[in-house]
Design a protein around this ligand. Sequence first.
Ligand code: FES
Length: 384
Amino acid sequence: MAQQNNGVAANVTHTQPLWLLAEVTYRCPLHCAFCYNPTDYDKHTQNELSTEQWIQALRDARKLGALQLGISGGEPLLRDDIEDIVVEAKKLGYYSNLITSGVGLTEKRIQAFKEGGLDHIQLSMHDITEEINNFITNTRTFELKKKVAAMIKNHGYPMVLNVVIHRYNIGHIKEILEMAEALGADYVELANTQYYGWSLVNRSQLMPSKEQIDHAEKITNEFRAKVGNKMKIFFVVPDYFAERPKKCMNGWGEVFMIVTANGDVLPCHSARVLPNMQFPNVRDKGLEWAWKDSPAFNKYRGDSWMKAPCRTCPEKDNDLAGCRCQAFLLTGDAESADPVCSLSPNHHIIEKAIEDAKNPQLQAQPIVFRTDKNSKKIIAGELQ
Ligand code: FES
């Protein structure tokens, strides 16, 4: 292996970030049980970047090559400067996507987004029943979401729905797809819950069985055949039930760059769970240094960091040993194979989690909702 620099083999070329995900705030009016935001997000809610700092981050990321901009959160619409960010994104030539719960989207704001050049709005939906929608988000947002979906359609945006799937709604897949069709959806992502952040805390309560997932996929395939190209449907297989691990973020520091509410620059959503890592902040040395030279972005680029069995595995170029955060969260070792992999010596951890999720006592444990109070308790060690 060639000489190393910040832990990266010199023969690994630095790619450019194609995606900038701007997690503009961790504040959120919803309290979803499956939220992927860090459970200790309350630590990072102070000190949000200003509008000017976001605009500078957009410019710097564009100079590095980023083309796609995701504006996410928390709920991004809790900030009143998203319109300014959209205008700047258009000026810089980004394809921009607002990822929202719909709370805070008004006629006035969507009109401003349209005029400002926002390309795409992705709306989260939760179920066809008011009961499950309100339970899993711990809010009363069912009717509002349908109104917002109609507003998005009326303004000529493609209708893009994201539905996180878990035990509480997996039995409603057909009805969810019918609802999407009735709303005029162009794209529907059925995103089976992945277990990070709050969903890891609530894993046994949320995880469906393999039989339920297989059945949901069968119904999805039948529906897809029925509607044809009118509505594109994506069924995202959950890691725990996949054969092989995913190439997380398409490779660490390869295509994605995430800037968080307080300016931390991360290669993936969950990276701050990893121990002994210092992530760059846009307030310090800027995005170019963060992407090209920071030790954090270089730590898991390429394959020189891999241990057995990944180092010599013929699959390693396909999956890059899976997800570093999942490996750490489940094994305590960020450099181990993602235990999702059947070749991992720790694969039994996944098998046990699947078994645990069949246990009625664990299923019935109270859900820990994503709230500021619970985040503070997690930081204080009062909740797991
Ligand atoms: Fe961090 Fe997969 S979420 S590497």
